[in-house]
Design a protein around this ligand. Structure first.
Ligand SMILES: CSC[C@@H](O)[C@@H](O)C(=O)COP(=O)(O)O
Ligand SMILES: [Zn+2]
Length: 390
């Protein structure tokens, strides 16, 4: 019965799985004031599946099991023709579903709808100053450097460029916005957002895990220089071209198994590392980057536990003034119960941390345990001393 409703489609331990990402994004959008009450929604397309948040619920409380799954392509209308392959009981799919589908039909990988007060305010200001029919225009402002030039172009907008966002009029029912949203996307092929007057904003993104530009816009810490891309072909890596190696999403860059790019988020939002084949018979160097900073983050594992020669803590007594030095290893292990097969160091959650997203960072670190244990893989970290000294 469970299988009949395809529940397995929304169960995954991968934090980047759409069924996990939608609830996480909705929680963050709530904190930012972008989804309020039951307003707003999010949908992600991965390969030929579309994951959609439910209707009429507080979006920040959504759980993975509340997610609808549609098989894509699917008709936008009538709603009864839409091909749902997973439906949670007692819930309805978002009223924004045809809007999300309109974005996916134009190549988007993710579509969000928000009720941001700033978005509503800007639609009222534009109407007051320039009248209905005008779009929102802005230039000479730092934040637009976090927005790509457009879906038909490469690179990000510059400080002196002008960002134009079309505005459409609201309708009594969300679904009825579809026609004017599609028209706006045709008229502004490079736009990533359409403002809805007296309502909010609908935004689209190319890749479902392409949260980089969003984070750049939020933090204003844009570091990608346009000049670095000039004259070069920029290929965005999508999940449809990815597989998994040791639990990390992997992209076979040359298509021949000689160089894999691994998605190892945590230290930075879209942190990547490389896995390079160094001999024809399959030995590899893992260029771990900043996935972690100490070998002790992935040393001591079920594959290579701490040897029993290292004794548990020895008590002082009159005869032996100091315990055996090897007990220092066991004494300082944070897990005194089951320490032998688990690393000394965990990504630091409390206080200062080198990770932008510490809970996410621990997953790729765990997958490096398998690399390190493999006799044909040499793990080299960006800040590791081992490779420099040998
Ligand atoms: C106060 S929510 C009104 C809704 O019609 C709509 O605007 C919205 O944003 C959410 O729709 P939903 O069907 O809950 O995904
Ligand atoms: Zn809405």
């Amino acid at each position: 019965m469970q299988r009949e409703n395809n529940d397995h489609l929304v169960i995954s331990s991968d934090s980047d799985h759409p069924a996990n990402l939608i609830p996480e994004l909705c929680r963050k959008f709530y904190q930012l004031g972008w989804v309020t009450g039951t307003g707003g929604g999010t949908s992600i397309k991965q390969d030929n599946l579309i994951y959609i948040a439910p209707s009429g619920v507080q979006k920040e409380l959504i759980k993975s099991e509340n997610i609808f799954v549609l098989s894509f392509p699917t008709p936008k209308y009538p709603p009864s023709d839409r091909k749902y392959i997973r439906k949670p009981m007692e819930l309805k799919p978002s009223a924004c579903t045809p809007l999300f589908l309109a974005a996916f039909e134009r190549g988007a990988g993710c579509s969000i709808h928000t009720h941001s007060q700033w978005a509503v305010l800007v639609t009222l200001l534009v109407e007051k100053v320039h009248g209905k029919g005008a779009c929102f225009e802005i230039s000479n402002i730092e934040q637009i450097k976090g927005i790509p030039r457009g879906r038909t172009k490469t690179g990000m907008l510059g400080f002196h460029d002008t960002l134009r966002v079309p505005i459409i009029e609201n309708t009594p029912f969300e679904e009825d916005l579809t026609g004017s949203l599609e028209k706006a996307m045709e008229e502004y092929p490079d736009t990533y957002a359409v403002l809805v007057r007296r309502h909010g904003i609908s935004e689209i993104s190319e890749l479902f895990h392409d949260r980089w530009s969003q984070i750049q816009a939020e933090t204003c810490r844009a570091t990608l220089q346009e000049a670095a891309f000039e004259g070069r072909i920029v290929t965005k890596i999508g999940c449809s071209t990815s597989s998994k190696i040791s639990d990390s999403l992997a992209h076979d860059d040359f298509g021949d198994g000689s160089f894999y790019i691994l998605h190892v988020p945590g230290h930075a939002v879209r942190h990547i590392s490389g896995l390079v084949r160094t001999t024809p018979d399959g030995t590899f160097v893992s260029l771990a980057g900043d996935v972690c900073h100490f070998g002790v983050s992935f040393w001591l594992t079920k594959y290579i536990p701490l040897s029993s020669m290292f004794l548990p803590v020895t008590k002082f007594n009159a005869r032996i003034k100091t315990p055996c030095q090897c007990t220092a290893f066991t004494m300082c292990h944070p897990d005194q119960e089951k320490g032998r097969p688990s690393p000394f160091h965990r990504a630091r959650i409390a206080g200062e941390s080198w990770y932008m997203d510490t809970p996410t960072a621990q997953n790729p670190i765990n997958s490096f345990e398998t690399f390190d244990a493999h006799e044909d893989v040499l793990v080299v970290m960006a800040h590791g001393q081992a490779a420099m000294n040998n």
